[in-house]
Ligand binder design. Structure first.
Ligand code: PEP
Ligand code: MN
Length: 361
């Protein structure tokens, strides 16, 4: 639809398509206009896309192009339609609490694997902020391989996260693992994460698609790129195009690392889809010493951001301590990533403010 299309124009298209037995899926997204000086978006332009499914000849006969508010009618041949670049040639920007994730920027997200205590979460958030990260991560619902491992604090963890957000001023992303928790989790956080183990939990994908918050969709550790994009399509089809894809390592025959970070997925997915793609160098390698080299590789391959585990006392972490960075490690990573980001002709999202503060001492 054209940017100035009215709600009635959208309704008219949907009604006409449905009257012929077709289906119409309305997706709304926003494109922010980013101000590099403040590091924040200054304006938001909304866009509405209607995905039509039905008999193609019949749909073409409707002459939708002539309807008020319609910008363009396009036939999409790929299976993943709404998330494809065929449908949306420009690469998208997704905003998380005002922080952009997209083609012009590299966004650093950092935080503890799991929310353990208010003190630990606040300390990790301060480490993240001090290093220039602009989104805070932290798990309250942990989908652990063993049922005996720490499962997270649940809603109590979300309260801790949202208190910490108020204290340090970073938007938060957290994982949701159950359909019945989606609305509750969404009420606390700025972005919902779908973990690798749930990438093909289709009812969960539909639920996060309908709740109206940006989604971080991790690649299933056994999923092909095609399956990953189809999972994103489930979210988009429920009306949410604010999706960020995260390559977090896949299962291969290699046992030296926990999983194998598929660097080639970054440019491959960016060619197929308009959605931003970030990498998780922590969960892929599972080892602290690999986080810096994998982050560098990701940025140079064109990733739109990184999501990194940090912990004030990695040896005491209840989850994934061996991959957690210390404050010093994260500072080093941030400096290195900032240099490579500039080399790639991009800027760190929200980093202008951070750099000014740092230079001002
Ligand atoms: C996480 O990011 O906390 C996590 C559990 O990651 P993944 O789903 O990629 O294993
Ligand atoms: Mn983890």
């Amino acid at each position: 639809m054209a940017p100035d299309a009215a709600a009635a124009d959208v309704d008219a298209v949907v009604a006409l398509v449905e009257s012929t037995g077709g289906e119409a899926f309305v997706s709304r997204g926003v494109t922010g206009v980013y101000d590099p000086v403040s590091g924040r978006e200054q304006a938001r332009v909304s866009r509405v896309v209607i995905g039509l499914v039905g008999d193609v000849d019949q749909l073409e006969a409707l002459n939708l192009q002539a309807m008020r508010g319609v910008a363009k009618v396009k036939r999409i041949s790929t299976q993943h339609k709404l998330v494809s670049r065929e449908h949306h040639p420009e690469r998208s920007v997704v905003h998380v609490g005002g922080v952009p994730i997209g083609p012009d920027t590299v966004t650093l997200m950092a935080g503890p694997c799991a929310v353990e205590t208010p003190t630990q979460t606040l300390a990790a958030a301060r480490m993240a902020k001090a290093a220039g990260a602009t989104v805070l991560r932290g798990g309250a619902f942990k989908p652990r391989t063993s049922p005996y491992a720490f499962q997270g604090l649940g809603e109590r963890g979300l309260r801790i996260l949202s208190d910490v957000r108020d204290e340090v001023g970073l938007p938060i992303v957290t994982e949701v693992v159950a359909v019945e928790d989606v609305a509750m989790v969404a009420s606390y956080v700025d972005m919902l994460q779908i973990g690798t183990r749930n990438m093909q939990n289709f009812s969960l994908l539909q639920a996060v698609g309908a709740v109206g918050k940006p989604v971080l969709l991790k690649r299933g550790m056994n999923a092909t790129i095609e399956e990953w994009l189809m999972a994103a399509e489930y979210i988009a089809q429920r009306g949410n195009l604010d999706i960020v894809l995260c390559e977090r390592g896949i299962r291969t025959f290699e046992t030296a690392t926990r999983n194998t970070l598929d660097i080639s997925a970054v440019p491959v997915v960016q060619r197929l889809s308009h959605l931003p793609v970030i990498i998780d160098p922590s969960h892929s390698g599972g080892r602290r010493d690999l986080v810096l080299p994998l982050s560098r590789a990701g940025v140079v391959a064109g990733a739109d951001g990184l999501i990194v585990d940090v912990h004030p006392q990695p040896d005491l972490a209840l989850c994934d301590g061996p991959q957690a960075l210390t404050a010093g490690d994260l500072q080093e990573l941030s400096r290195s990533v900032a240099e490579l980001t500039a080399l790639m002709g991009r800027r760190m999202a929200g980093h202008a403010r951070h750099e000014r503060r740092r230079l001002a001492g």
